[in-house]
Design a protein around this ligand. Structure first.
Ligand code: NAP
Length: 488
């Protein structure tokens, strides 16, 4: 790790060159930042493939963590997760370690970059929740034939990302925010994001707030991308949608991003390590340079950020293009030539392209986030027990009915991959070896005590292999679970 002297108010930045094309594009961005006059110095640290190869399973060494704790700002190249060394992605480790919960991915039409959407005025930002949802990485192979990934979304997590989206919209002079969810299907998880968005929107009367289903959002982005300004969404939806929006403006080589947390912010290109073009000095450094622009804004170096942004726009408009965006028959420049051209254009500006005015981003105050209200009354009305079974639904249902006969519990239904199959509904469900057996109290009063649940499991385990139990709770009379398809 290199730590340079920091005279006066020079801002130290942790730099991670990363893997594949990372060192080439990060070096280009560092050269441009240095030439812009920004008062920064670099602490160069390692993470990613080489760290995994040294045998560190997280891919992030303690010196790097220490540097980030100190500087709080990271300029980061792409990191690979090599198969066979570490199980977890070093990227995800970094995001989780520093709770960088908000991923900001702007996609704006760029001068001189011809795409099918050129001239439509695409200028939008995807704000993606960055630490929860399916990417919490909690997975189990529950039976030999069925895998599960937990989709965890919290009220506080939803509130943070929604507030960040509205605050970003204000800082960036935007007038509308769309919240894209799949709340029609996942009513409790994606629905939480929609409900949180609708609760908080009135606090921002200057901004138009609209909910949109994620599938329609993807469709609308291709049909009329110009209608969107800011889109806030959950982790996986945002991952996919923001690669789509990068495609609208010319590809991954052009798309920057910021990972924002209350304490630490990390700035990186959306693209990965592109091993196919690594080490050849051909990668497009635009995404990385524009990520450095976001970083400079974040630390308040607005003048340097604006100088670099204007120089990048002018360079692209002049037709100085790397191979990924060069028009057929035009000479493509190298990574270093592109950076040289941007440096040569610092202080110049195209009359055709204007930058939006930027105000400092006010981060949501973590201490004022609404904690979930505790229910006055809780009741456990039953339990879902998940079992492995290779027979028919009728045989399993019959066996379970006999098991609970004469007890305070009854079998309400059995479902297979979310569809009720017992008692039969007539649905033509292809059943796999993973069954959910829903037991409920016969009485409409009282609560299912643990002792009763444990005795059910004990009796059940004598006949069947169970691997998972979920209590069916009611909070203040409201069910805290969903019904199966076909369940009454
Ligand atoms: P990728 O590295 O983004 O590359 C996909 C393709 O996009 C490349 O083969 C290249 O296409 C093109 N490309 C990407 N960046 C470019 C640039 N700056 N200039 C020119 N062309 C560029 O995606 P991947 O191949 O799926 O992932 C490779 C590795 O990166 C994986 O290990 C993945 O886990 C990792 N990754 C890391 C991050 C991160 O650190 N944030 C993000 C994504 C992926 P051509 O074939 O046209 O040259």
């Amino acid at each position: 790790m290199t730590v340079e002297a920091t005279p006066g108010d020079v801002r130290p930045i942790t730099v991670i060159a990363g893997d594949g094309i990372g060192p080439e594009v990060v070096r280009a961005a560092m050269r441009v930042v240095e030439a812009s006059g920004a008062r920064v110095c670099w602490e160069e640290c390692e993470a990613g493939a080489r760290v995994f190869q040294k045998g560190l399973a997280t891919g992030v060494p303690p010196e790097t963590i220490e540097s980030i704790r100190r500087t709080r700002v990271v300029l980061k190249g792409p990191l690979e997760t090599p198969v066979g060394y570490g199980e977890k992605s070093a990227n995800v480790t970094l995001r989780k370690l520093f709770e960088t919960y908000g991923n900001i991915r702007p996609a704006r039409e760029l001068p001189g970059v011809v795409t099918p959407f050129h001239g439509r005025g695409v200028d939008l930002v995807v704000i993606r929740e960055n630490v929860e949802d399916l990417y919490a990485g909690i997975e189990h192979l529950q039976t030999p034939g069925v895998a599960q990934c937990l989709k965890l979304m919290s009220q506080v997590g939803c509130e943070k990302i929604v507030r960040l989206a509205f605050e970003f919209a204000r800082a960036d002079g935007r007038r509308s925010v769309h919240c894209a969810t799949k709340a029609n299907i996942m009513k409790l998880t994606e629905g939480l994001l929609q409900r949180t968005f609708e609760r908080i929107a009135p606090e921002y009367p200057d901004i138009t707030a609209k909910h949109i289903l994620i599938d329609n959002c993807a469709h609308q982005l291709v049909r009329h991308p110009e209608q969107f300004e800011v889109i806030v969404t959950s982790n996986m939806n945002g991952d996919i949608l923001s690669d789509l929006t990068s495609g609208l403006i010319g590809g991954l080589g052009l798309a920057p991003s910021a990972n924002i947390g209350n304490e630490v912010a990390m700035f990186e290109a959306v693209h990965g390590s592109a091993p196919d073009i690594a080490g050849r000095n051909v990668a497009n450094p635009t995404a990385m340079i524009l990520s450095a622009v976001l970083m400079l804004r974040h630390i308040g170096a607005f003048d340097a950020a604006a100088r670099i942004k204007r120089a990048v726009l002018l360079t692209l408009e002049q037709g100085v293009h790397t191979a990924d965006i060069a028009a057929p028959g035009h000479r493509a420049v190298s990574t270093t030539e592109f950076a040289d051209a941007v440096i040569g254009n610092l202080g110049k500006e195209s009359p055709n392209w204007h930058m939006r005015e930027w105000r400092p981003l006010r981060l949501p105050d973590a201490s004022s986030l609404r904690q979930p209200a505790l229910p006055t009354h809780r009741r456990v009305i039953g339990a879902d027990v998940f079992v492995e079974w290779r027979g028919t639904a009728e045989a399993l249902g019959g066996q379970l009915e006999a098991l609970v006969e004469g007890t305070p519990l009854r079998l309400k239904m059995v479902s297979n991959r979310g569809t009720r199959v017992y008692p039969p509904t007539g649905a033509l469900t292809d059943c796999v070896d993973h069954w959910r057996c829903r037991f409920v109290l016969r009485s409409v009063e009282g609560t299912l005590e643990d002792a009763l649940l444990l005795s059910l499991l004990q009796r059940l385990s004598a006949q069947l292999r169970w691997m998972h139990v979920e209590k069916l709770q009611e909070f203040d009379g409201e069910p805290a679970f969903t019904r199966a398809q076909g369940e009454d």
